[in-house]
Design a protein around this ligand. Structure first.
Ligand code: DC
Length: 238
């Protein structure tokens, strides 16, 4: 039997812009199915955090590629979402720091870094299946995935959700400044534009992806819809 005829674990890809709810949906669906999870945004964030810890600059392409080659990264789907473990240590909120967000979008724009992270991301494909969340999961990393979803929502709704999230956590102040809804809205618009227009792996739906617009849906409704699409994708009607 050659490699191409060997059975491989099924993959569900969930791509989409920042704040569309990919993380929450992926975590819920992965737990329900008992599948593995890949939070590819956290991969880029982990590279960024490790680079900052080692004093590497975003312009040090060779150093960053070297760092990507043996990144000891693991994910666990827990009650609170997906926990990221680097070198045996949970990273927690450190991955969400502003400095890490900025560095991660810089390293994610380097083609050689994206290339160096392909094998690591693909190594998450294991039985009984994988839920892969990101920007280019269905277009570049897992083009043969059984089920591809592009999860979208209006900028206003995504900014509103982010605002509520920060409010609940008591994090509406950053470096002494109020985080306003307007600022969140403008930041999201700006990031969307950068992600959509970048030359490598822009955030666009794969040709064979199903677009799910969650603007007027609850998390439960989105999870149900995704689970329905997975059932159809794995056992298509004749
Ligand atoms: O989804 P996130 O905010 O955690 O992603 C962090 C950064 O990584 C963000 O700038 C987008 C980028 N990213 C990417 O380029 N490709 C992916 N598959 C996932 C994230």
């Amino acid at each position: 039997m050659n490699a191409s005829s060997q059975a491989r674990a099924p993959v569900l890809t969930i791509d989409g812009p920042s704040g569309a709810g990919k993380g929450a949906v992926s975590s819920r669906v992965a737990r329900a199915l008992g599948w593995n999870v890949l939070d590819s945004g956290a991969v880029y964030r982990s590279v960024a955090l490790a680079a900052l810890q080692q004093g590497l600059s975003a312009r040090d392409e060779a150093g960053l590629v070297e760092l990507c080659r043996d990144l000891p990264l693991a994910f666990e789907a827990g009650e609170q979402g997906i926990e990221v473990i680097l070198d045996g240590r949970p990273l927690g909120d450190a991955l969400r720091a502003e400095q890490v967000s900025v560095m991660s979008s810089q390293v994610a724009a380097i083609p050689a870094v994206r290339e160096a992270l392909l094998d690591l991301q693909r190594s998450f494909q294991a039985e009984p299946g994988l839920v892969a969340d990101g920007r280019d999961m269905g277009t570049v990393v897992f083009p043969d995935a059984e089920v591809k979803i592009f999860l979208d929502a209006s900028v206003t709704e995504r900014a509103r959700r982010r605002y509520q999230q920060l409010k609940q956590k008591g994090q509406l102040k950053e470096q002494g400044e109020d985080v306003t809804f307007d600022r969140l809205f403008r930041d999201l618009e700006e990031r969307d534009r950068r992600d959509r227009e970048r030359a490598v792996s822009p955030t666009i739906p794969a040709d064979d992806a199903v677009v799910v617009d969650s603007t007027r849906m609850t998390l439960d409704e989105v999870v149900n819809r995704v689970e329905q699409l997975v059932r159809q994708g794995l056992c298509p009607p004749d």
